[in-house]
Ligand binder design. Structure first.
Ligand code: ATP
Ligand code: MG
Length: 395
């Protein structure tokens, strides 16, 4: 009855009318059964990719080599993937070849966890050969089949287990947990980008502490960039009240606690975009400055609002006190100027007053002026700025 499923229903029906099987599968079915918000719908079908393409008017080949076709309907996209198995994992990551199969059972069998291996028909009937439903009810993350084998096939599944713990607050089945400990080193074969993707999901989820604790406990941490030897650090972070933090604020906290001065290298190790590296780095720099200088207006002005709020959120969590971002935001709004362009004197004014040509001296003077305004020594008027610069023999 869910609106998302309703939208996708005609796709399943069209596949069935063409003589194929088609089912809802994966995260959407799991989240429907858990009454959690659904963000994307995956459909599995016995139709081969080329057959899918002939049945629907508008399709995009998003991953045709894996059997996935995006079917567009009323502006929404639905991923339709041919039943497949993944054979021969020789390098602990993606399979050497994808084999299309005609049976749903084989397709469900290659999926990672029992809760992710439930299919649902157009009529809402569940097909659950690996007993995902009881595991969902009990809140257990359990691999489909032998955990050791499944983690050896694709080591990323171990990170997925940790992030599902964060997202769902579930427990790990003991055998699955044991296999995680035994196979943690296989994580070194996994591309950093895929690890980052799972780590970001873990750090955006409600129960971040659960995911971080399992990473520390099982030894996965030793195969994550910059975190080898940081078990204690991760445990210390996991013991904090992390709930209110955004994913970037979480990274600020982790970098602050774990990166011992080498912030850029730590973040580059995770292959983050330079934009993200800058944002996180700035948050950590702000944190370090606040600890020595306190929350001065000058610091707020120099670091700007976003970094100040990120820092305030992270600090509140570190100190175990309520968020004080609201105060920081009010103080930001009360600043006499927010940026250099708000100054009522410009470089041209300075050149006119002195008769000197453009040069580095202008920036130095403007910085002095900004500082004086932030310290409320002068107001932001042309006269006072000129007077101030004269008084410190800059003009
Ligand atoms: P999310 O809510 O993050 O989308 P999801 O369970 O839908 O969670 P996806 O990465 O979208 O995760 O994958 C869709 C489905 O594909 C999963 O539910 C699972 O059945 C299967 N799957 C995904 N990754 C793997 C993997 N590494 N090994 C085995 N099966 C996988
Ligand atoms: Mg999904």
């Amino acid at each position: 009855d869910h609106p998302f499923f309703k939208e996708a229903l005609p796709i399943i029906q069209a596949l069935e009318e063409s003589g194929h099987e088609a089912y809802f599968v994966g995260g959407a079915v799991r989240d429907l059964l858990l009454h959690r918000p659904i963000h994307d719908i995956d459909i599995a079908t016995s139709a081969l990719p080329n057959e899918v393409k002939t049945i629907f008017m508008h399709t995009i080949d998003v991953g045709i080599e894996h059997g996935t076709i995006l079917v567009l309907r009323d502006g929404c996209g639905f991923e339709v993937t041919t039943f497949r198995t993944e054979s021969e994992y020789s390098d602990f990551r993606r399979p050497d070849e994808v084999k299309f199969v005609r049976s749903l059972h084989d397709d469900l069998k290659r999926r990672d966890f029992t809760m992710n291996a439930i299919a649902m028909t157009a009529e809402g009937k569940l097909i659950d050969p690996f007993n995902g439903q009881p595991d969902l009810t009990k809140g257990i993350i359990r691999t489909v089949g032998d955990a050791s084998e499944r983690f050896s096939e694709d080591a990323l599944r171990m990170m997925r287990a940790a992030r599902f713990m964060s997202q769902l607050s579930f427990e790990l089945d003991p055998k699955t947990c044991k296999a995680l400990v035994d196979h943690a080193p296989l994580l070194s074969h996994i591309a950093v980008e895929r690890k980052l993707n799972e780590m970001d999901k873990l750090l955006s989820a409600p129960d971040k502490a659960a995911g971080l604790s399992i990473i520390a406990q099982t030894g996965l941490y030793a195969f994550l960039p910059g975190l080898a030897g940081q078990k204690k650090t991760i445990e210390r972070i996991a013991a904090l009240q992390l709930q209110p933090l955004s994913v970037n604020q979480m990274w600020i906290l982790i970098v602050y606690e774990a990166a011992a001065g080498d912030i850029t290298n730590f973040l580059r190790g995770w292959r983050m975009s330079s934009r993200r590296v800058k944002r996180i780095e700035k948050g950590v720099r702000t944190l370090n400055r606040v600890l020595t200088e306190g929350w001065t207006d000058l610091l707020l002005y120099e670091m700007q609002l976003e970094a100040a709020v990120d820092c305030a959120e992270a600090m509140a969590v570190l100190d175990g006190r309520p968020s004080f971002s609201k105060d920081i935001i009010s103080r930001w709004h009360a600043l006499p100027i927010k940026s250099r362009s708000d100054l009522n004197a410009t470089g041209s004014d300075l050149m006119e007053w002195t008769g000197k040509p453009r040069g580095a001296w202008i920036k130095e003077c403007l910085e002095l002026v900004e500082k004086a305004i932030m310290n409320r020594e002068i107001n932001n008027t042309k006269e006072q700025i000129k007077e101030f610069l004269l008084s410190c023999s800059r003009l």
